[in-house]
Design a protein around this ligand. Structure first.
Ligand code: ATP
Ligand code: MG
Ligand code: FE
Length: 355
């Protein structure tokens, strides 16, 4: 089975060709990503209208490039998988409409994929992780702890009640005068800093529910910076290191509880796994924290390569392949993009965990 994947939900335009072998393994024949970072950096964030136009400009060429690199034509493709939500509606429209047009032209099925499902299933492509497992998605737009029970079977155990973790990095960077995107800049600055100098808050630590909150952290950073005049490079380094330290402690508590809940729910799973996804997974402090936490709790820590943690079309193609391999129905060409689309559209799962 070979699928052409299309991803346009945020600020990356991406196309990929992935083949699923009979034994369930995958061959990535092409993986093309065009980041719009330069177009948005002047604004310190993603501008939806600019993003949509950039997807229109780039997508056709990217798809051609993906086909060229994989050495196949559209006739060799068994289905199309396009992200249809959640995300910025303009970009979603561009990708989904393109996917529909191609599917119609070659008379092959279209899979309208939830972007979060793409992130959730990537570790099966890269590491063959078996169901059930836990997935932590930490990106610019999402911070979620999700139980992945099977293809299409997800329970969201925790989510941020305010800012996403990547957003907290970006906002902190902005108010410290560091460049966009903030994550890498904060991490670089933190390298020479004292993580103990500032005692930043660790929101929700100790609470039984598995949610996250990061907006208070950003406020505390602002207050710390305002309390120092003039702010030196060393101060910025110390603030960044202390910020990352607070995040590390918060993750330890929140995710630690999640691992325990999983172990209680699935005592028979031999080698349980925590899978990470999203751009923040590149952060060394975050990685190390999760790695240690997994070691303590007897979990396997799975972090796919960085280019598959951030937005890409390989994961969208793979999600389509997983669905196809299970004979799950493809989507009608009338399917509409959804800017909001929780992975567990079913709220009962949340009630079951005392939310
Ligand atoms: P989504 O729609 O999936 O939420 P996104 O484009 O917002 O997508 P990604 O592309 O997965 O998210 O990741 C971008 C985020 O990751 C940004 O917020 C960025 O600051 C953060 N990030 C990248 N590198 C690092 C790092 N080294 N440390 C911390 N954060 C990082
Ligand atoms: Mg992105
Ligand atoms: Fe994403």
């Amino acid at each position: 089975l070979r699928i052409l994947g299309i991803e346009t939900s945020c600020d990356e335009t991406a196309a990929a060709v992935v083949t699923r072998m009979q034994d369930g393994s995958a061959v990535t024949e092409a993986d093309v990503v065009l980041s719009q970072l330069d177009e948005h950096s002047a604004y310190g964030g993603v501008v939806p209208e600019i993003a949509a136009r950039a997807h229109v400009d780039a997508l056709d060429t990217l798809i051609e490039e993906a086909l060229k690199r994989s050495g196949v034509t559209l006739a060799d493709v068994d289905a199309i998988a396009a992200t249809s939500g959640p995300g910025l509606i303009g970009g979603l429209l561009v990708g989904l409409m393109t996917g529909k047009a191609i599917a119609m032209a070659i008379n092959k099925p279209l899979y309208a994929i939830n972007h979060l499902e793409g992130h959730a299933l990537t570790a099966r492509l890269t590491d063959g992780v078996a169901f059930p497992y836990l997935m932590l998605l930490v990106s610019g737009g999402h911070t979620q702890l999700v139980l992945v029970k099977g293809v299409g079977e997800y329970e969201r155990w925790g989510t941020t009640i305010d800012d996403a973790l990547g957003e907290a990095f970006d906002k902190t960077a902005k108010l410290l005068g560091l460049p966009y995107p903030g994550g890498p800049a904060v991490e670089r600055a933190a390298a020479n800093g004292d993580p103990k100098r500032f005692a930043f808050p660790r929101p929700l630590v100790g609470e039984a529910r598995l949610d996250f909150s990061f907006s208070g952290l950003k406020t505390a950073v602002r207050q710390a910076a305002e309390g120092i005049a003039p702010v030196t490079d060393q101060d910025i380094a110390d603030i960044c290191a202390s910020f990352q330290h607070a995040i590390s402690r918060t993750l330890k508590d929140r995710i630690g509880r999640g691992l325990q809940r999983f172990a209680e729910l699935y005592p028979d799973v031999d080698q349980p796994a925590l899978v990470v996804a999203g751009g923040v997974a590149a952060n060394k402090v975050v990685r190390q924290t999760l790695d240690e936490l997994c070691a303590i709790n007897g979990f396997r820590f799975v972090a796919p390569p960085h280019h598959l943690c951030t937005d890409n079309a390989v994961m969208i193609a793979w999600a389509g392949l997983e669905r196809m391999a299970l004979d799950m129905p493809a989507d009608e060409l009338a399917v509409a993009p959804r800017s909001r689309w929780p992975l567990d559209a079913d709220a009962k799962a949340l009630l079951a965990y005392g939310k």
